[in-house]
Write a protein that binds this ligand. Structure first.
Ligand code: FAD
Length: 533
């Protein structure tokens, strides 16, 4: 398999608002003739100065909204520094500019007609719009993060994962092809399986005739259910995997071809457990049921299990329970929210669920939404989303009232499932020893939880950072990783965690990759790691 790929000059392929990206090839334009429109109006620029991490101090040289590949290429080629952004739902400050031109992908919204289990989508397509388009063809794109407003390009750039990663994996294996604009404005069309690393890595021939040699880092990546921790590296790896998860530092994803599946029917079930011990046992039993179902021998196909701990439940306001039509559970309870896929018979799946819960001593009947009850399902999902929303509101209030430096202080930990109970105990110990208030929730079926500090003072934030660092080291020792799905971005803490995972040498090997593809450090500078050690 070749390890060499040839880049091409950009073409204006997709007209604004085109319905089918593949069918609207326009006459080729040369890059120099494409105007790069950068908007400097402070009223426009100010809307792009922060992301969902709410790190203060974002500033930008301007913002541009390219409508097709050639405009992306012109914008990138013409700028000294570029930060590409999608929906700016980053939780790491990775989509907060620090003086670059912000390249918003929001006008790259073409969605192709699905065919052969594949669909082509522009980088700026929000996942919710993609799912809507797929629903009419009874299709579904599975590896979605909890926030479905995220854009296709952003989720590829962060290798996003979510609740159903347990069944479907993270974004990476669902990306069949991408078109990427490189730092010099050239374009790569990368199809999975066509360009594999040789012993020296990859060779990329630019349209100028120059050849870029891209080395592959030699570090061992943690073997975990999900990982968003810098550059993917493995002997013989696929070139596409270098760009998936590279957080905008190696190229701008313009469009992607994604694998899709027939739309599954699903029920949701909200299960109340008496505490962590029971929640872990129930989750283990349900995972086993799911594996049985996937092997063709069981009725209970559980695609996702979400966990909300007693302290997280405490911060959720009463109205959120009322809206969900659920009574607030007694203090000390843990809630599990299950997604159950129904291939054939809903009745036998739910009967099996009852048996498993009873065998694990769960007293209450679960609150279940039937397979076609989309509204009921949404109400339960909204209750789950009320947890991070409530914690974020507390952080924002403390920041406004107590100290402007107060910020979200949270972990994104993943452990091998057999260490789940140990990891939860570890999170509690690390926070409680420091006198911190906290809440824990997340994708428990993957062993991926988000321990969050609920800060009252600026000192809590500092103590929280110390706790997360200690947790990260212990999680790594358990065979897990402290950077599961949100990425690294520009967060000093997450960049430190990246160094913990790969060491300074590993970061230096990532720098070598970056230097080969982006010698002037133009794309997302300061994201993942600094330019200098
Ligand atoms: C409420 C909430 C819940 C969330 N839940 C999850 C979850 O369950 N799982 C999860 O993985 N994440 C989750 N996230 C984080 C976030 O949604 C994901 O990281 C998402 O993938 C970011 O997509 P975006 O379009 O917002 O990208 P942005 O935030 O705009 O950008 C993120 C990074 O990707 C780069 N980038 C963006 N577009 C491109 C492109 N076209 N080409 C190259 N680089 C690009 C940016 O430079 C930046 O470094 C959540 C966030 C929120 C606010």
């Amino acid at each position: 398999m070749p390890h060499r790929i040839t880049a091409r000059p950009a073409r204006a392929e997709t007209a604004p608002g085109a319905k089918d990206a593949a069918s609207v090839a326009l006459a080729a334009e040369t890059l120099a003739e494409v105007p790069s429109r950068v908007d400097h109006d402070p009223a426009v620029v100010s809307a792009f100065l922060s992301d969902a991490a709410h790190v203060p101090g974002g500033y930008a040289a301007g913002v541009t909204f390219p409508r097709h590949e050639a405009e992306v290429a012109a914008a990138v080629a013409g700028a000294a520094g570029v930060l590409v952004v999608g929906a700016q739902s980053s939780l790491t400050g990775g989509a907060t500019p620090r003086g670059e031109v912000v390249l918003s992908t929001r006008a790259l919204t073409a969605i192709g007609t699905p065919s052969g289990g594949l669909v082509t989508a522009g980088a700026g397509v929000p996942l919710v719009a993609l799912q809507r388009a797929l629903t009419s063809a009874q299709l579904y794109y599975p590896p979605v993060p909890t926030y479905d407003g995220a854009f296709v390009g952003g989720t590829i750039a962060t290798n996003a994962a979510g609740a159903a990663t347990f069944k479907y994996g993270s974004t990476r294996p669902w990306v069949a092809a991408i078109t990427v604009v490189l730092a010099n404005g050239d374009v790569l069309d990368i199809t999975r399986g066509e360009t594999l690393a040789g012993p020296e890595g990859f060779e990329i021939a630019l349209s100028t005739g120059a050849v870029r040699h891209v080395p592959i880092p030699t570090y061992q990546m943690p073997r975990v259910a999900k990982l968003s921790a810098g550059y993917f590296a493995r002997p013989g790896m696929d070139l596409i995997d270098l760009f998936v998860g590279s957080e905008g530092t190696l190229g701008v994803v313009v469009r992607a071809t994604l694998r899709v599946i027939p739309r599954p029917r699903r029920c949701l079930a909200l299960v109340r457990c008496s505490g962590d011990r029971q929640a872990v046992a129930v989750t283990a039993a349900l995972r086993a049921e799911a594996h049985l179902a996937w092997d063709g021998g069981g009725a209970l196909d559980v695609a996702a299990i979400e966990y909300i701990d007693p302290l997280a439940l405490r911060v959720v306001p009463d109205e959120a329970f009322t809206r969900a039509g659920v009574a607030r559970p007694p203090d000390g309870s843990v809630l599990l929210l299950l997604q159950i896929e129904i291939a054939h018979d809903e009745g036998s799946a739910l009967e099996r669920l009852g048996t498993v819960l009873a065998a694990n001593g769960v007293d209450d009947d679960p609150c279940v939404t039937r397979a076609d009850d989309d509204r009921g399902a949404q109400r339960l999902l909204d209750l789950r989303e009320a947890v991070p929303a409530s914690v974020n509101a507390i952080v924002a209030a403390a920041k406004a009232r107590v100290h402007p430096g107060i910020q979200k202080t949270a972990g994104d930990m993943v452990v091998p499932f057999d260490r789940l109970a140990d990891s939860i105990a570890l999170y509690r110990r690390a926070f409680e020893q420091r006198g911190l208030e906290y809440a824990i929730w997340g994708h428990v079926s993957d062993g991926n939880l988000h321990p969050n500090v609920v800060p009252r003072t600026i000192e809590d934030v500092q103590r929280g950072h110390d706790a997360i660092l200690d947790i990260a080291r212990a999680v790594t020792a358990m065979g897990g990783a402290p950077l599961a799905e949100h990425g690294v971005g520009r967060s000093a803490l997450k960049q430190q965690l990246l160094r913990e995972v790969y060491g300074e040498d590993g970061i230096e090997q990532m720098r070598a990759v970056k230097r080969a593809l982006d010698p002037t450090w133009k794309l997302a500078p300061g994201v993942l790691f600094s330019r200098d050690p």
